[in-house]
Structure formats: structure tokens, C-alpha cells
Design a binder for this molecule. Structure first.
Ligand code: NAI
Ligand code: MG
Length: 335
């Protein structure tokens, strides 16, 4: 029986990369039904809610969602739908594997990093208020519970996937209490996994080391805001946001989405690279036990990304979103 997945195409380039992903999944023979939902500006205009209750209910019911990017207004307007989904469903770990893709032009050829980002608290929560005009306060809340569970997730992932080392990233020299607690929790968890090497870096130094020698690192474990910033940096090491996948994972629910946003600068022009969402869907297929279909998609992507003529512009080609997708679909169909 076909498994039902909640689908949130999102906005900006979201609908374009979502359509591309659905075509590829279908070509790979993944038996899936989609329960489609709107979010963000479109949902706000139609229902008065940027994150409709039916959407969250659907994800709770099906336990798995595939999500395109959703635009968040800057400086004013509703709070990020993306952050609200992660919080409402307690998707406490954000997993972002960042690998060099053979043939894709990038600064490095040997990057193989896994970024694990705490997904529910920290400064990224945007809990802020105006104290008096001209003075605002933004609260960074760090808890032992959330820090410990994301650290456990990272170490379990390392164990399952044969990873050797985890580096925690923090600014505990300055935020001695908040980042100090995060780091202590990581250290405590690390003690239960003696076979996995554990160390830590201060975040600014980490940024410098990543752009100079990314091959020196294996897995990174970060608080929410640092994870947001350094995942884009890591994407830049391997060819950009167009190719890096992601997953938001909780106890029993998982929402798969690319690292990138709605890319308004190229939206609606058939220019977006759907690889990042397609690869997020590959993670999803593996998560629901469709390993063979995942492998078919992975192999076809690899073939097509290695050829300049089938690639989209962000990775050094000339192909449109649909031309790239056609090429991937043909490759899968040829087997
Ligand atoms: P962005 O990730 O949308 O774009 C950054 C740059 O990368 C742009 O030049 C864009 O054209 C390029 N890019 C991104 N994805 C691409 C793709 N698939 N193919 C080719 N080029 C690609 O980041 P930006 O501009 O900061 O954010 C735009 C909007 O997206 C904002 O409203 C932001 O809040 C939202 N956003 C949503 C996310 C989500 O839904 N999870 C994540 C990040 C941002
Ligand atoms: Mg981000």
C-alpha cells in the first residue's frame, strides 16, 4: 500500500523544486500518496493563519513530511513558519549532510561533513521584546534537556553511520552559562560513546578552519543559530545551497527540507536547482524504508551532476530546472 506523506510545496522556488522532486520520485517507482498543504503568505491570505492547524495535524498523522522553502517577512509580519513547525512538532535535531559531489565545481573536492544543529531553542527562537523605545531584548534560552537530546541524536547517528568524530561548536568563553551548558551536555553524552572521538571549537575559529581545511572535520554539533550560519557556509564549500539536503527529526516525526530558502531572486524563472530537495527526498525514502528507490535516485543524480551540460546554472551549467529534471528522470528510466 502506498504510504501517505504530507507535502508542503512552499513558495518562491518551492513549487518548482517540489514538482521536479515529485517527478523524480515517481520515475524511481516510489509508491507514495501526497497530502498537500499550503503555508506562509498564501495560507495567511486564505485562512488568516500562516501555519494552518490542518497542516500540523496532517504531519502528526502521517509522521513524515516533505517541505519546500517558505518565505519569512523580514523585520515585521508573522514569525517563521519553518521555525514554528520545528518547535510545534518537537523536531529537535536538524541533520545536514554536506558532501562534495563529483564533477560539481566547488572550492574543495574532499568535503564529507555531517552538520547536526539543535532545532528548538537558543537565540534563533526569536523570543524578543522592546523594553523601552530604542532598547530591545532577545532571549537566548538553552536547556539541559534539549542540549542533551540533540547530542544523543548526533552520537547515535555517528554510531549508526560509522562516523569517527564529533566536534561541538560554541562560544562558551563569552556565553559561559548558555554555551557552557550546551558544551557540558555534549561532553556528558560523549562519555557514553567512548569509540567516538569528541572535541570542541569556538565558533569564530571554527568558521575560519572550515573555509581553510574542511577535510579536517567529520561531524559538527551546534546550537541553533551557529548551526544555521555554519550550514550555509558548509554548503558554500561544496558548490552552494542548490545541492545540500536536510532533515528535521524528532522522536517519531520527521520533516525533510533543503537547507536553502525560497530564493526570491530566481523564483518563477525555471532556474532553481532541485537537487537539494531531491536529495532531501532521498533521505526521506531511506527513513521510510524505501532504500532501493533512494539508491536509484541517488545514482541518477550523481550521473547527471557529473555532466556540465545537464547541470543548472548555480553549479556551472546552463540547464533549466525542467531540463535538469528531464535528464534525471530519463537516467532513472533507462536504469
Ligand atoms: P536563500 O537560501 O533563499 O537564497 C540564497 C542564495 O542562494 C540566493 O542567491 C539564491 O538564488 C540561491 N539559491 C538558494 N537555493 C537555490 C537553488 N535551489 N538553486 C539555485 N540557487 C539557489 O536565502 P535568502 O535569500 O536569505 O532567503 C530567502 C527567503 O527564504 C527568506 O524569506 C528566508 O526567511 C526564507 N528561508 C526559508 C527557509 C526554509 O523554508 N527552511 C530556509 C532559509 C531561508
Ligand atoms: Mg538557514
Amino acid at each position: 500500500m502506498a504510504r501517505t506523506i504530507t507535502l508542503i510545496p512552499g513558495d518562491g522556488i518551492g513549487p518548482e523544486v517540489t514538482e521536479a522532486t515529485l517527478r523524480v520520485l515517481q520515475a524511481a517507482g516510489a509508491e507514495l500518496e501526497w497530502d498537500r498543504h499550503i503555508a506562509g503568505i498564501e495560507a495567511f491570505e486564505k485562512t488568516g493563519q500562516p501555519l494552518p492547524d490542518e497542516l500540523l495535524d496532517s504531519i502528526r498523522m502521517h509522521a513524515v513530511a516533505l517541505k519546500g522553502p517558505v518565505t519569512t517577512p523580514v523585520g515585521k509580519g508573522f514569525r517563521s513558519v519553518n521555525v514554528q513547525i520545528r518547535k510545534a512538532l518537537e523536531l529537535f535535531a536538524n541533520l545536514r549532510p554536506v558532501e562534495s559531489v563529483p564533477g560539481v565545481p566547488a572550492r574543495f573536492e574532499n568535503v564529507d561533513l555531517v552538520v547536526v544543529r539543535e532545532n528548538t531553542e537558543g537565540l534563533y527562537s526569536g523570543i524578543e521584546h522592546e523594553v523601552v523605545p530604542g532598547v530591545v531584548e532577545s532571549l537566548k534560552i538553552i536547556t539541559e534537556k534539549a542540549s542533551t537530546r540533540v547530542a544523543k541524536f548526533a552520537f547515535d547517528y555517528a554510531r549508526k553511520n560509522g562516523r569517527k568524530r564529533i566536534t561541538a561548536v560554541h562560544k562558551a568563553n563569552i556565553m559561559k552559562l548558555a554555551d557552557g551548558l550546551f558544551l557540558d551536555c555534549c561532553r556528558n553524552v560523549a562519555a557514553d560513546y567512548p569509540e567516538i572521538e569528541f572535541d570542541d571549537r569556538i565558533v569564530d575559529n571554527m568558521a575560519m578552519q572550515l573555509v581553510m581545511r574542511p577535510d579536517k572535520f567529520d561531524m559538527l554539533l551546534l546550537e541553533n543559530l551557529y548551526g544555521d550560519i555554519l550550514s550555509d557556509l558548509c554548503a558554500g564549500l561544496v558548490g552552494g545551497l542548490g545541492i545540500v539536503p536536510g532533515a528535521n527529526i524528532g522522536e517519531s516525526i520527521a520533516v525533510f527540507e533543503a537547507v536553502h530558502g525560497s530564493a526570491p531572486d530566481i523564483a518563477g524563472q525555471n532556474l532553481a536547482n532541485p537537487t537539494a530537495l531531491i536529495r532531501s527526498a532521498v533521505l526521506m525514502l531511506e527513513h521510510i524504508g524505501l532504500g532501493e528507490e533512494a539508491e536509484r535516485v541517488r545514482a541518477a543524480l550523481q550521473t547527471r551532476l557529473a555532466e556540465p551540460e545537464s547541470r543548472t546554472r548555480d553549479v556551472g551549467g546552463q540547464a533549466s530546472t525542467t531540463e535538469f529534471t528531464d535528464a534525471v528522470v530519463r537516467t532513472i528510466e533507462r536504469g
